[in-house]
Design a binder for this molecule. Structure first.
Ligand SMILES: Nc1ncnc2c1ncn2[C@@H]1O[C@H](COP(=O)(O)OP(=O)(O)O)[C@@H](O)[C@H]1O
Ligand SMILES: [Mg+2]
Length: 452
């Protein structure tokens, strides 16, 4: 762009100097070029942004289709989904053609205008030579110089289009880079963490639904080393509550404290090294089993990994084709839901957190495995503060006490048996389990003392 502009100005000045009437013709030709370029820029920036956005939409379609292929097939919706993809592809095609048409028109003018200037200069120059105000040699020199301008002008179109596209692409990237993180850590650290977690009058609402709070005036005190089972209906805010401790979300009112320090005052990395969460829907990365396990603690030894695997009943890892070095996750070995949950649990346990959060981590395990996991977990939880989201009576029994989440608040904190006897809502939530429990046969087939 720079070289073209310099060449255009310098040559025009030289031409004006050589024979000013013809030089004026050349200078005049630049007016429509500048005007056209500006119009083109304005429209091109809009349309090239549209093309890039639509390319993004199309890529999303393709990715979702590939990732969700099982769901799509099982509902017999291949036609529907591929029709959606085709619509997006057609839209992109139409917009791209519009873009091509726009640049084709612009580039045509960039070819035509300098060549028309050459024709006019040739005609007027011949007339000038005839009248004797210009020598034929001067005219040839003039035309030669003028011809050297044709290429810089017509290539201007390509350069401007490329510059526009780079600018819109940068704008898309900068939109992301410029996002201010809303969760910023403080600078405090806890030297000897004990794991005293307190929720004090906590309010929480999602940013896009500020009028419907998920949590409102919630209080909960979890003593160091204590384990609380969190019970509540689906959608009552259990996951949100657990996410407030490592600050995956921030409270909108009240505060959450760890050993008396507001979590917002703590260094973010420090806080998150103290609190480990095993999620209900665990994400495993396309790395080896070992790398997945040591995500939260890269320096864990093999013995420690083994212990964590044993606690989570995830010894199946050793039976994978390459043991701990087997690649798992998205592009590796496919694991079942229960296996993934157990790996996620082992990953959380391995970090030896001060506060261990299990968000429905055991939901995909069969009763037998769950029992084994719980026996082992009980040892871990003995000196770790635990928040265990639970749906089954058997999971609830892991905890020292049970907190019932209803209507955005903790309405009851008590022993499982007490709640079962006195709170109808609690009874309903755990009904399926609570009924057959005392009769005993649920334990059949499970060898006693298996954990020993
Ligand atoms: N990212 C989100 N944006 C808006 N609302 C959400 C979001 N995640 C969850 N919710 C809503 O917050 C409520 C509590 O969700 P959650 O804590 O996941 O429930 P659960 O108790 O089943 O774990 C639900 O009503 C859910 O619809
Ligand atoms: Mg949940």
């Amino acid at each position: 762009l720079l070289i073209n502009v310099v060449q255009l100005t310098a040559t025009t000045v030289v031409l004006l100097h050589m024979y000013w009437p013809l030089g004026l013709v050349v200078a005049a030709a630049s007016a429509p070029i500048v005007w056209l370029s500006m119009r083109f820029e304005k429209r091109y920036v809009v349309i090239s942004r549209r093309v890039q956005d639509e390319q993004g939409d199309l890529a999303t379609y393709a990715e979702e289709g590939a990732v969700g292929i099982r769901v799509i097939k099982s509902f017999g919706r291949s036609e529907h989904v591929s029709a959606g993809y085709e619509r997006a592809a057609d839209r992109l095609h139409a917009t791209s053609m519009e873009k091509v048409r726009l640049s084709a028109r612009f580039w045509t003018f960039l070819e035509v205008i300098p060549n028309v200037a050459v024709v006019i200069v040739l005609a007027l120059g011949a007339y000038g030579v005839g009248r004797g105000s210009l020598t034929p040699g001067e005219l040839v020199a003039f035309i030669t110089l003028l011809l050297s301008l044709v290429w810089p002008v017509s290539s201007l179109g390509v350069i401007l289009a490329m510059a526009q596209e780079a600018m819109t692409a940068s704008a898309r990237i900068l939109e992301i880079f410029d996002t201010e993180p809303s969760i910023v850590g403080g600078d405090r650290r806890i030297d000897a963490p004990r794991g005293h977690v307190r929720f004090e009058a906590v309010d929480f609402a999602f940013p896009d639904t500020p009028d419907t709070p998920v949590l409102a005036g919630l209080d909960l005190d979890i003593a160091p080393g204590e384990t609380v089972a969190l019970v509540g209906a689906t959608g009552s805010g259990k996951t949100v509550l657990t996410a407030l401790v490592p600050r995956l979300w921030d409270v909108t009112g009240g505060r959450v404290t760890l050993d008396g320090v507001d979590v917002r005052e703590l260094e973010l990395e420090h806080l998150r090294s103290l609190v480990a969460t095993a999620f209900e829907d665990p994400t495993l990365f396309s790395m080896s089993a070992r790398e997945n396990l040591t995500l939260g603690r890269a320096d864990a030894t093999d013995a420690e990994i083994d212990e964590a695997l044993q606690i989570a009943q995830a010894q199946f890892v050793h039976d994978l084709p390459w043991g701990l070095d087997t690649r798992i996750g998205e592009q590796g070995m496919a694991l079942s839901g229960g296996q993934r949950q157990r790996l996620a649990l082992a990953r959380a346990v391995l970090t030896r957190p001060t506060v261990l959060v299990l968000d429905d981590t055991l939901s995909a395990l069969d009763v037998h495995t769950e029992k084994l996991v719980e026996e082992a977990l009980r040892r871990v939880l003995a000196d770790t503060t635990g928040i265990v989201v639970a749906h089954r009576a058997s999971t609830v029994l892991l905890a020292d006490k049970v907190a019932l989440l209803q209507g955005g608040r903790i309405t009851h904190v008590d022993q499982h048996s007490e709640l079962l006897a006195t709170v109808p809502a609690y009874r309903e939530l755990l009904a399926a389990e609570a009924e057959p429990d005392p009769s005993g046969p649920s334990g059949t087939g499970v060898p006693e003392g298996v954990s020993a």
